[in-house]
Design a protein around this ligand. Sequence first.
Ligand code: SAM
Length: 229
Amino acid sequence: MTQAENDYREHVFLGHLRHRHNRSQDRLWSEHQAMQLSFLQRRGLRASSTVLDLGCGPMRLGSVLIPELSHGWYYGQDLNAETLTYGEEVLRQAGIPSNGRYTLFASDQFNLSAVDRPIEIAFSNSLFSHLNLNSILTCLLRVRQVLAPGGVYYSTFFVAQPDRPWLDPQPRDKWGQGFCTHPHQDPYHYPPTVLQAMAAQAGFRMDLMRDFGHPTQTMARFRLRRRWW
Ligand SMILES: C[S@@+](CC[C@H](N)C(=O)[O-])C[C@H]1O[C@@H](n2cnc3c(N)ncnc32)[C@H](O)[C@@H]1O
């Protein structure tokens, strides 16, 4: 039976927090929000940065990042339009007006035609964990088309545990809650060498950033490959 690679076309990420105004008291919201913003700040985020957040969800990052971009721009892309409607609600609650320095857009196949400025920092938290390899390659090829010279893409994924067979489900533990990652279904795990091969196919070189701080995922950095001729 053919299945979608994940259920996010119907499933609104963190939908259970949609009508809570004290969302920041939820650990899943506040810790992941602070982790993402602080990583970008350590990696050179500036007030003038142009940032593309792929699989942006309901503005967990956007609601604290957009106010930092007083001269820049935030683009948030997601598969699910309803998730972005929820994200707009979160932005209003954070005091960010609808004519703020941001663009949210829903798209499939990583269509990035809404991006109308070169992107200095592309970013995704917990997107590749829900994508098969064909979608990851599509994403990388599309990001490459909108990156500014010297631009960089950071994206998290589940590293396949080297001491376990890749073919088997691999147990994970997030704050005491157990789940498994899989070779063939969401959530997916990948050996870093496989993502490095995808990166090379799309014209990037990839390395790992050990300082992101995610409890279960690892941050990969994609930079454009140098040309020597
Ligand atoms: C685990 S959530 C993370 C959301 C956000 N990055 C955050 O950390 O708050 C994964 C998000 O990726 C989106 N997504 C899944 N597949 C996608 C695809 N093919 N293209 C774009 N977004 C996708 C989902 O709708 C969901 O909002």
